[in-house]
Design a protein around this ligand. Structure first.
Ligand SMILES: [Fe+2]
Ligand SMILES: [Fe+2]
Length: 262
């Protein structure tokens, strides 16, 4: 495992472009029927990311450096989508419009766009070294915050009559909240610049087990939604989106675990 492989994994264009395409779709579906202009813009973003994702698929496997044009276009597209998301968020928090979109969900997708732009700028800046445990914990806190929010979103999209499943989601939300706060604690302890920090290795192992468990749970939810056996105001694509983000996080953690021999 080389640090280059970790950079390649982080910048996985097919993963990110599909994520942004789906953000555009979720936004489009969450806008109210009278917002014609915003719906049209969300639709255009969906088509734009669909085309970019297809191009990314076609050049898959070509050596790094051969995709610089696509990366440039992706940066521009993500930058524009980011501004669109912020506009929607402003409309909501200023109570100028109400949509069927939670502000926390929009700001969550804003953070994902910011994360992509930061990863690409590190990649283009030729950042070669990954430092343990600072970079590792940076990724961990970012994605753990996302994981705990995913459980909150699902909780608010599933019908209130689904009491047992909602109880489970509350448990996952609490567990991932604890893991997130623990990651922040460890990150702040790093400021003492220890020569080694075995508690981080233990935390990473614990995290891997919890992610596997969350992934299986989300997969069950996706199947129930696909089979129309779970009442909700969302569909299997939303669960699938969350699963792909969990898997991206799991891959990242597993690669770093191998790289740093944790
Ligand atoms: Fe997302
Ligand atoms: Fe997410």
């Amino acid at each position: 495992m080389k640090s280059d492989d970790i950079f390649q994994e982080r910048i996985n264009l097919i993963f990110w472009l599909r994520i942004f395409k789906e953000h555009a779709l979720f936004i489009k579906k969450g806008l109210t029927y009278d917002e014609d202009e915003l719906i049209a813009r969300a639709h255009d973003f969906y088509n734009l990311f669909d085309k970019l994702q297809n191009r990314a698929r076609r050049i898959m496997g070509t050596p790094p450096g051969h995709n610089s044009e696509l990366i440039e276009e992706s940066i521009n597209a993500v930058g524009e989508l980011l501004e669109f998301k912020k506009t929607l968020l402003r409309l909501i928090v200023q109570c100028e419009s109400t949509f069927n979109l939670y502000p926390l969900l929009i700001t969550h997708t804003v953070r994902e766009a910011d994360e992509f732009l930061e990863i690409v700028s590190e990649y283009q800046g030729q950042k070669k070294q990954i430092s343990l445990p600072r970079d590792l914990l940076g990724d961990v806190t970012f994605w753990l915050r996302g994981m705990k929010e995913h459980t909150a979103f699902l909780h608010h999209l599933i019908d209130p009559s689904e009491r047992i499943l909602l109880d489970k989601l509350r448990d996952y939300n609490q567990r991932f909240n604890y893991l997130f706060v623990r990651a922040l604690d460890l990150e702040s302890m790093l400021k003492s610049e220890p020569d080694n920090f075995p508690a981080v290795s233990n935390f990473i192992l614990e995290l891997i087990l919890n992610l596997k468990d969350l992934n299986q749970f989300q997969d069950r939810v996706k199947t129930l939604l696909a089979d129309c056996k779970l009442l909700s105001i969302t569909g299997p694509l939303f669960a699938n989106h969350l699963i792909r983000e969990t898997e991206y996080f799991e891959n990242l953690i597993n690669q770093m675990k191998a790289y740093f021999k944790l």
